[in-house]
Design a protein around this ligand. Structure first.
Ligand code: 8YV
Length: 329
């Protein structure tokens, strides 16, 4: 039997599925350090990960490793050049999380715009004595302009929901999406600067890459409306968190919703003392059904990638399909 490592606690029934095909080592404890992960992968043929950094140092120590299946749509934890050089297949769980993640983007955006977390903290602190006309005045979503940066599958799912809110949708992306998608979403392609100047609510749904590091920093916040909100459901590092703290404190923008952070799970502590921000712990895909679908898809990718099961040799979500079937180098 081939050997695999499941690097994180996941649903036990998914582990049982994997055991039908593999000799499974399952880490049910803390997140493995890179050294420990490397050590444990030394005799493995495959791995199921959720954000662990993997590149040439791991491959040098793990000569049998042929497939790494990430339980995520984002794979910025993988060094793709190293995967390609070593002929290691990697896979993601794209698509099954689109709708849950788009729902959550709206939840954060609405919470930020309508100051839900701020009001709740105040209420829980026992400060509510009377109704007041100017308590927690927020900004409307209905009839406003939604600016989506990153118009991939999740960005499109998010934009599709804007219709019910009668919002104008503008977007920025590496490249324009197909005209029929623009028409369906009633979305206008604009430059990043235009988007920041015009949008009432900016949502980030782009992958993290070196080029996207600090896509939103001081210069960008300066372009936004003082009534605007920023929501990040993409990756930490796309927003300069320290600059965001300043923009929120100085009321350069009205509010923010963050599900992802630079250096998470360790946060810039200044974020915690800013009132006009909603903070969640990287849970945009976290519904029971979606996390199950992600775990099962990650298992399917590993089973098929390692030549087992009904789709042997054809993993559903390969990121680098060109290396499938090539000998490890
Ligand atoms: C994952 C995510 O749960 O899919 C992604 O890219 O950000 C989340 O849905 C998380 O990355 C753990 O792998």
């Amino acid at each position: 039997m081939q050997k695999i490592l499941v690097a994180r606690p996941i649903f036990p029934d998914v582990i049982e599925r994997l055991k039908q095909y593999f000799d499974v080592e399952w880490n049910q404890g803390d997140v493995l350090s890179t050294d420990e992960l490397t050590r444990r992968l030394a005799d493995k043929d495959g791995a199921l990960t959720a954000g662990e950094p993997i590149g040439s140092a791991v491959f040098a120590a793990a000569p049998r490793l042929r497939v790494v299946s990430n339980m995520a749509v984002g794979y910025n934890n993988f060094d793709m050049d190293d995967f390609d050089a070593a002929n290691v297949v990697c896979t993601d769980t794209a698509d099954v999380l689109n709708e849950s993640t788009a729902d959550f983007g709206w939840a954060l955006m609405m919470a930020a715009a309508r100051r839900i977390a701020e009001s709740e903290h105040w209420l829980r602190a026992g400060k509510w004595q009377k109704w007041a006309y100017d308590s927690f005045l927020g900004s409307d979503l209905y009839g406003s302009t939604l600016g989506v940066i990153g118009m991939g599958r999740i960005g499109q799912a998010l934009a599709r929901r804007a219709k019910g809110f009668n919002m104008q949708v503008i977007y920025h992306n590496r490249s324009r999406v197909a005209p029929e998608i623009e028409a369906e979403l009633n979305a206008e392609y604009v430059s990043k600067q235009d988007l920041l100047r015009r949008a009432d609510h900016v949502v980030l749904v782009l992958p993290y890459t070196q080029e996207n590091h600090h896509t939103m920093g001081a210069a960008e916040f300066a372009l936004m409306k003082p009534t605007a909100t920023l929501t990040n459901i993409a990756r930490g590092g796309i927003v300069d968190d320290a600059a965001l703290v300043e923009a929120l404190r100085s009321k350069q923008i009205a509010a923010a919703g963050l599900d992802v952070f630079e250096g998470e799970p360790h946060l810039n502590q200044d974020l915690l003392s800013v009132p006009n921000i909603v903070l969640t712990a990287h849970i945009a895909s976290a519904t029971e059904a979606t996390r199950r679908a992600m775990a099962n898809l990650a298992a399917d990718n590993l089973i098929a990638g390692l030549g087992e099961g009904p789709r042997a040799g054809r993993p559903p979500n390969p990121i680098n399909p060109g290396v499938i079937g090539k000998a490890r180098s």
